[in-house]
Structure formats: structure tokens, C-alpha cells
Design a protein. Structure first.
Length: 249
């Protein structure tokens, strides 16, 4: 079995981008958002054949990226947990661990991908996550307002994450946020995905619910902290302008 398999979620329509092309094909510094990530994955050496989850405009993504990748199709967009489940027939029993990354978060570095993989393997955790801490949600950091918050206990142990849409006013003040870069023990992950519920504001199956599942089962969780710039996502034209202005390739 492969030690770590990377899955890239790339099925988003990009409605908030006001564009006809899939969001991950939006150009940034002369190449599509997802290509920045693919370049970092290649440089990291962690996984030679990432699986890319595509959606209704998947033919455009295939045409742009070519046949050098394995594709899984998420026919309906029912959340991040559902997106990862769409790879099960391809990947179950093929890898010991699954790392989940996002095609619209272009600035994750090869070094961070390696660190996440190394922490996961060395710690023996069932779940390893990258978090980032911002001083506030002002100025360019406003893009992190919609990220889920990391809930820790008094000893710093991760208890769960809460989506911004579902957070209380007090929870929204937490400045440690979750870019949703995860590495999972694969056998545990497949089992837990089947138990996900969609009783939340969006009626979606959240991959982030696996954090709470690990806590409830007393499964070990490891984490690394990354620079906020690496956590930037591109969901709107404003965020695209921000990505162009603050981070340089």
C-alpha cells in the first residue's frame, strides 16, 4: 500500500467568482490556481499521483490538466466529506493515509506538504491537521472570517472545529482557524465518512466533522501551524485580487 495518497478537491463551480470556468482554473500569476498546488505537490515528493475530485464542469478541468492525473467525479456538491467519499472506489485499501488539499488554495508550499506528511506518520495520529493563527480578521485577514474555528481545551488539546456559519458569537472571536488541510489514517477515515450527518446550516457533509469524531473516540490528533498566507483561498474576485497583491510565487 502507498504510504500517503493526496486527494485534491476541485469540484467547485466558482459561482462567487462570476466566471463560467471552474474555479480551480482561474488564472493566478499566469497559471490556474490548481496548477500552483500541483507544482507544490510534485516538489514535495509526498505523492506522485494525486487524485483530483471534479464536478459538473470536470471536462474543462480534465482538458486543462491533461491525462497525467487520476480523476474522481463528485456528481452532486454535498460538501467536503461527500467529495472525499467520491474517491472511495478508487482509493480504499490502496493507501495507508489520505491527505486532503484544495484546488482553490494555491499557496500551500512543498515544505508544508512534507511537514504535514511527516508529522502524521511520525506521530501515529489518526488525524493530522494544519492550522493557522491570525491576529484579527481585519484588512487582508478578513478572508479568514469564514474559515472554521479550532476549539481547544485548557491544555491545548484539539476538541473540535466549528464552521463559521454554525459558530456562536464567542466562537467567532477565536483567531486560530482551520484551512482544512488534513491527513487521515485511511481505514479510520473511510469508516467515519459513512457516519457523517448533514444536520448543519448548509445541509452538507463536512469533512471537518471528523475532527470531533476523532475526539469523541479519543483518537490521537496531531497538528502543525502554518503561515496564514499559505491558507489563503480564492472564492471571490476580491480574494483573487488579494492573492495577486500579497503573495508572490
Amino acid at each position: 500500500m502507498q504510504k500517503i495518497q493526496i486527494v485534491i478537491l476541485a469540484a467547485g463551480h466558482g459561482k462567487r467568482m462570476n466566471s463560467e470556468i471552474p474555479k480551480v482554473l482561474t488564472p493566478l500569476h499566469g497559471k490556474p490556481l490548481i496548477v500552483h498546488l500541483l507544482d507544490s505537490i510534485k516538489e514535495s515528493g509526498v505523492c506522485a499521483d494525486p487524485v483530483i475530485v471534479i464536478g459538473q464542469k470536470g471536462d474543462q478541468v480534465r482538458a486543462a490538466l491533461g491525462d497525467g492525473y487520476t480523476y474522481a467525479v463528485q456528481a452532486e456538491q454535498l460538501g467536503t466529506g461527500h467529495a472525499v467519499m467520491s474517491t472511495e472506489s478508487l482509493l480504499k485499501d490502496k493507501a495507508e493515509n489520505i491527505m486532503v488539499l484544495y484546488g482553490d488554495q494555491p499557496y500551500m508550499s512543498a515544505e508544508t506538504i512534507r511537514k504535514l506528511a511527516e508529522m502524521h506518520v511520525s506521530s501515529g495520529a489518526y488525524l493530522t491537521m494544519a492550522t493557522t493563527v491570525v491576529e484579527d480578521f481585519e484588512d487582508w485577514r478578513g478572508g479568514f472570517t469564514n474559515f472554521s474555528r479550532i476549539i481547544r481545551d485548557a491544555d491545548g488539546k484539539i476538541l473540535r472545529t466549528v464552521e463559521n456559519k454554525d459558530a456562536t458569537e464567542e466562537e467567532k472571536k477565536i483567531t486560530e482557524v482551520n484551512p482544512c488541510y488534513f491527513c487521515f489514517n485511511a481505514a479510520w477515515m473511510w469508516r467515519e465518512l459513512h457516519g457523517l450527518k448533514n444536520n448543519n446550516a448548509q445541509q452538507e457533509y463536512y469533512l471537518t466533522d471528523l475532527v470531533e469524531a476523532a475526539c469523541n473516540e479519543s483518537k490521537p490528533i496531531a497538528s502543525i501551524v502554518i503561515d496564514p498566507h499559505e491558507a489563503l483561498g480564492v472564492n471571490t474576485q476580491e480574494q483573487l485580487e488579494l492573492a495577486h497583491s500579497i503573495v508572490h510565487p
